[in-house]
Design a binder for this molecule. Structure first.
Ligand code: SAH
Length: 266
């Protein structure tokens, strides 16, 4: 059975346009999963097909009315599965949630609900929403970009979507850290040369080097990603990185500060 994601949106074209492309587009073409778009405007009953109205109590922005949204959601019925409203009020989306949702999608569908304007009537949320998800502490003008981020990041964890399943293991966050920097040909450009280990063909050393770089990079850019045995691993990584020249580590994007920490006595 194809894994199914429904998206309730006033801008179905924005979603479908994006989903034609890349690995996600290919996965949809190959029926690994499918996305159904439901437009609440199709369920509005007046001649103008109105879906929004002014907020009670005043204030800026129109609010999506309950009724067209309820009809849209009810048209999906039990096939909706878990109903998620994209909202700044939601749980912050991350790698772990993307994995969990991908796992659940194999047994139960997912419905993403996109707000617009000033948001949606709270009574719809109370009655019809199972969970809320936010893509970050900022406000978008609609849930569509958030829904696309959620769909794209889930799709990467569905079996068969990425050509190379290995990237699920080495990509950033898979092991709680950022991925090591990447290089491709030519070996020398912009006065910077690819570190020789990466061209050595010694895959054991390459893996160790990448792991150590991933530690250093995360320590510098995302200290909040620290894992339990981070400090011990960091000492090991430091030792390994010290065997590489400062120039090579600079090419890897490490800052003077972290290089001092690597080569220093600390
Ligand atoms: N007035 C609301 C924001 C409305 S923005 C507030 O201050 O909380 C319009 C719609 O964009 C929302 O209904 C929601 O679906 C979507 N949206 C905005 N920011 C988002 C975010 N960070 N994550 C997920 N969805 C978001």
């Amino acid at each position: 059975m194809t894994q199914k994601i429904h998206v309730v949106t006033l801008m179905p074209d924005a979603i479908s346009g994006f989903l034609k492309w890349g690995v996600v587009g290919k996965a949809i073409k190959h029926n690994i999963f499918s996305v159904d778009l439901i437009n609440p405007r199709d369920f509005a009953e007046d001649v103008h097909r109105t879906v929004d109205d002014r907020p009670y109590g005043g204030g800026d922005g129109m609010i999506l009315m309950t009724e067209p949204l309820v009809k849209a959601i009810d048209s999906i019925g039990a096939r909706a599965g878990t109903r998620v409203y994209l909202s700044p009020h939601g749980e912050r989306w991350n790698d772990k949630l993307a994995r969990d949702f991908a796992g659940n999608l194999q047994s139960s569908p997912l419905t993403l609900i996109c707000g617009r304007y000033g948001g949606i009537d709270q009574r719809f949320i109370n009655a019809k929403v199972d969970r809320m998800v936010s893509v970050g502490d900022y406000v978008l003008s609609g849930g569509e970009i958030a829904a696309l981020a959620v769909i794209d990041s889930i799709a990467r964890f569905l079996p068969g979507v990425l050509g190379n399943e290995q990237s699920q293991v080495t990509d950033s966050f898979a092991d709680g850290l950022l991925e090591a920097p990447q290089f491709t040909r030519p070996p020398n450009i912009l006065g910077q040369e690819v570190p020789s280990i990466l061209r050595s063909g010694d895959h054991r050393r390459i893996d160790q080097f990448r792991e150590a770089l991933s530690m250093a990079m995360s320590r510098e850019l995302r200290p909040d990603l620290r894992t339990n045995n981070h400090d011990r691993q960091w000492q090991l990584s430091r030792e390994l990185l010290r065997s590489v020249s400062r120039d090579e580590l600079r090419v890897c994007g490490l800052s003077p500060q972290i290089l001092d920490e690597i080569y220093g006595d600390a």
